[in-house]
Design a protein around this ligand. Structure first.
Ligand code: SF4
Length: 448
């Protein structure tokens, strides 16, 4: 049996309101502040849709808002302290009569600390990650029942949209709080996902990112992630997915990345450590050699594609030998980028109970060594692109310096001067390269 939800309850995209009745939030303002990962960015989009439907206008500053929603992350060190700082500021504004209501959402909303925070700061609404829909009622919309996956489109009409295909996680990595705050994996039905993709594309979305904590673990009635990815790649003009888990990553998915014209040749596959001993301590469920084999297939499938990963240094028990194995793996895989984290214990995780952490100065040295190794590889790989011509998808339009940021079909970030809008493609020559990005200039139409 696949782990899918019961039949999703179809929500109306825009609740119908009798014409003569003003929207419940008409004339009010709301500010949403998002912390953390892309799942949170996506959840914020859904909440934004609800407040806009209720008639609120969105404002960027706390002091201009009637309602502030903090959509929080629990993963990084000091996450709760950071949110406390924001809540303190909001309490002050409320005392001055400049703010009316505060909602706490996201991973901290789902964690035990939320009750203490609610009492301490008089928070009006606390939402976990599974009941975001309750915000609808709070802002005056008809109560909406919602399954784990939203039927509310997130960023419909925008040039680029996230589509959540699964939530939660069935792994129990030693250092990770996600299974506690987001629960076990639940997959959204293929029908519902493809329906949303079709609506988004019809509404002008040119780039769809499939989203999930372990996105490649998606399955339904004998179909697996690759089947879904192929179906989406036939409907959307540009597709990417994140975050994957090495144990779920099938060879055929890696091959599809190279074969399918609409899939961006960019793979984010967190490895965390190059040492089998540490991978076991972390409960990652694979060995370094298996990870290397996956990467070989990806490189064969998409030789110019970009590969990124997550690495944790200084996990309790990590020896110098373990660290050297991580450095060896970094060399072998030649990552194009990596998110390198120094271990920090999270309450409620197994790693927080594993005894003496690695000394801070040792963790710092290992952090720098891994980062340098990644950047060295990335720079030499990026330099190979210099002089080439690339089709670049504009992700962020020009800033005040006139520089826009785009992405090649191989997943490289490109900084370039253009007044093209987000979602448009330009042809650019790559002039130079750094460890994190390429720098290009747009070619006149039809050249290159
Ligand atoms: S796979 Fe591990 S690190 Fe990723 S969300 Fe699940 S428990 Fe956390």
């Amino acid at each position: 049996m696949s782990e899918t939800a019961s039949t999703p309850v179809q929500l109306t995209r825009k609740p119908h309101k009798p014409k003569s009745v003003p929207a419940p939030g008409a004339g009010k303002t709301a500010c949403i502040r998002t912390f953390g990962c892309q799942m949170n960015v996506h959840d914020s989009d859904r909440m934004r849709r609800m407040i806009l439907d209720a008639g609120y206008a969105e404002v960027p500053r706390y002091e201009d808002a009637d309602l502030v929603i903090l959509n929080t992350c629990y993963v990084r060190e000091n996450a709760v302290d950071r949110v406390r700082g924001h809540l303190g500021e909001l309490t002050r504004l409320r005392r001055e009569g400049r703010l009316k209501k505060v909602a706490l959402a996201g991973c901290i909303g789902a964690a035990e600390e939320s009750e203490t925070l609610r009492r301490q700061f008089g928070i009006d609404l606390v939402l976990g990650t599974h009941n975001t829909y309750e915000l609808a009622e709070f802002v005056g919309l008809p109560t909406m029942e919602e399954t784990y996956t939203p039927e509310l489109p997130g960023t419909e009409g925008d040039h680029s949209s996230f589509v959540t295909i699964m939530t939660g996680c069935n792994y129990q990595c030693s250092y990770c709080i996600v299974p506690t705050v987001r629960g076990r994996m639940v997959c959204r039905s293929k029908e519902s996902i493809l329906g949303e993709v079709d609506r988004l594309v019809a509404g002008g979305t040119g780039y769809v990112t499939l989203l999930g904590q372990t996105v490649d673990a998606w399955r339904q009635d004998g179909e697996r992630f690759c089947d879904l990815l192929e179906a989406v790649s036939e409907r959307a003009p540009r597709v990417w997915f994140t975050t994957s888990h090495p144990s779920n990553m099938e060879d055929r998915t890696l091959r599809a990345i190279g074969e399918r014209d609409t899939i961006v040749e960019r793979l984010h596959l967190p490895v965390q450590s190059g040492s089998d001993r540490m991978l076991k301590v972390m409960h990652r469920g694979y060995k370094a050699e298996r990870y290397r084999r996956k990467i070989e297939i990806f490189r064969e499938s998409a030789p110019e594609g970009t590969l990124s990963t997550d690495i944790i240094v200084g996990h309790p028990g990590e020896t110098e030998g373990d660290h050297e194995e991580t450095l060896r793996l970094v060399e072998d895989c030649a990552f194009d980028s990596a998110y390198v984290f120094k271990f920090s214990p999270r309450d409620g995780t197994e790693a927080a109970t594993l005894g003496e952490p690695v000394a801070p100065e040792v963790a710092q040295r290992r952090f720098v060594e891994v980062l340098r190794a990644v950047e060295g590889n990335a720079l030499s790989r990026n330099r190979r692109k210099v002089g080439g011509v690339e089709e670049v998808y504009v992700r962020h339009g020009a800033n005040e310096d006139g520089r826009a940021v785009g992405e090649t079909w191989t997943g490289h970030a490109v900084h370039l001067r253009t007044d093209a809008s987000p979602g448009e493609y330009v042809r650019a020559r790559i002039d130079s390269a750094g460890p994190h990005a390429l720098y290009g200039s747009v070619l006149p139409d039809g050249t290159g």
